[in-house]
Design a protein around this ligand. Sequence first.
Ligand code: FAD
Ligand code: N01
Length: 538
Amino acid sequence: MRGTRLDALVVGAGFSGLYALHRLRAVGLAARLVERGGGVGGTWYWNRYPGARCDIESVDYQFSFSPELLAEWQWTERYAAQPEILAYLEFAADRLDLYRDIELSTSVTSARYDEERGRWQVTTDRGDHDARFLVLAVGNLSTPKPPPFPGLERFAGEWYVTARWPEEPVDLRGKRVGVIGTGSTGIQVITVTAAVADELWVFQRTPNYSMPAHNGPLDPELQREVKRTFASRRHMAERAEAGVPFPAPEKAARDVGEEERRRMYEEGWARGGINSLSYAFTDFHSDEFANATGAEFTREKIRGIVRDADVAELLSPAHHIGTKRTCVDTGYYEVYNRPNVHLVDIRSAPIEEITPRGIRTAAAEHELDVIVFAIGFDAMTGPFLDIDLRGRGGVMLRERWADGPRTYLGLTVAAFPNLFLVTGPGSPGVLSNMVVSIEQHVDWLADCIASMRAGGLEVIEATPEAEEEWVAHVAELAGATLYPQAGSWYVGANVPGKPRVFMPYVGGCGRYRAECDEVARAGYRGFLLSRARQFTSG
Ligand code: FAD
Ligand code: N01
């Protein structure tokens, strides 16, 4: 088994894979890309559910590397909807002439590192590839959780998983719809569906904090200004904690009085967006008091919007705000004032089964025409572990990560030479504007490969010591915050049996970038680099 001989194989055609293919070509590699979906776009190809849109402002949630793309593309809204982001990625693939090296409707099933030849043998469901470098741009929210409820096969109505929403339109008008899940996805589906469904039943296990989007058409003048100043805007985002171009907070919550705190939160709420409140104070994610002020402010807002006090109470989250990804909405809490929307608390009365007629909880049976599963993803590790990956000596990634993922810089794994992960565990990706993290990761790995080629080197591999140190560093940073305390997908708590390890790097995009740059400047410190099988320490 050898297959098509390549310098690099990229897996995944979302933001990450498209940019990786472009950059690897630019450094002179014969590269190809394989993608499971029938089109490019990744997240934005699969998540066609009603209400899907970004929670980072459109003008920041786009590529920065190409002046041509930037000049030509016009965003229509402050937060673009899924069809527009998908169209943007198709436009980018077209303009960058990527399609000729993309194989769609193709899944990588396994990849084995051949030590003798220093190459990856990759198996797909449509043929094999033989590549020097393997770039897994497989996403971290791309393996949806299958519905775990007994009886689903007997349900007489229609049912949909949000991240596998069909391409043909689904008509929810006049139907009795049940939505399970109130994360970012559920909140978007619920808000839009409430206006069209006859009756909407929301099955909520845990409420989430949601900030107003204040979405609307993008002012053309503002867009022109953004284009004109884009380089400095992106430069600021790249050095900020969350990859967005806002100045870092300067004060701790205790440094200001209650009145001033409230004023700052009100200002944030009026501005809207995912960082409405969290950008107020330096210690928002690390100090109990600071965090409690933001959480209580939001709960007050919920009580102010939702007229039924019992429903408002049920919608009020108890976890530390921001330690699960904060949602962004357009009228979410308001939908609970509608007579056709019913909140079902499945914390106190869990779902027992799906019946032919609907959903039965421990308290009642709800008759439904449609069930929507917005129950999330096997996040961060799922897409990597779905592939049977074997490194040096046949070691399996599934075994190496049995107690939780281990990476060096979130980009590489010891014993898996010439393998690069994009936004892997141990990277700041999921806590940031992902496009900013993706561009940084891809630039770093492409520069690394270019520098290897310039030096006549063929193999790069993280040392176990460097990996160990990085894992400890990621855990230490997280331990100084409130993040690990939440039962979130960041710690694997949403998938039964998954190791409870806090996976993202919480030090922020700016610090992470500096650390990666320093590793490169020091001759790829923490890596072994070799010509053939003769290693030289980096
Ligand atoms: P993806 O877009 O997930 O692409 C990975 C691709 O790899 C997929 O198409 C998948 O089919 C393919 N793939 C996986 N495994 C295989 C395999 N074995 N073989 C072949 N192909 C494979 N982030 C933000 O920063 N801001 C936002 O506003 C935002 N909104 C989001 C909204 C939704 C609904 C979701 C689910 C996520 C959102 N995210 C957001 C996160 C989002 O995933 C990233 O912003 C970004 O789109 C990820 O790009 P990617 O290329 O890394 O991964
Ligand atoms: O998934 P989630 P998501 N029985 O895991 C519930 C990004 N994103 O798809 O919390 C009953 O957050 C679960 O309840 P609980 C963003 O990064 C962004 O919504 O486990 N309920 C929860 O309510 C986001 O964080 C946007 O108690 C079950 C929900 O389902 C990430 O993707 C839009 C259950 C899952 O929430 C994932 O978001 C969409 C069960 N067995 C996604 N299992 C933007 O706006 C799960 N739940 C940009």
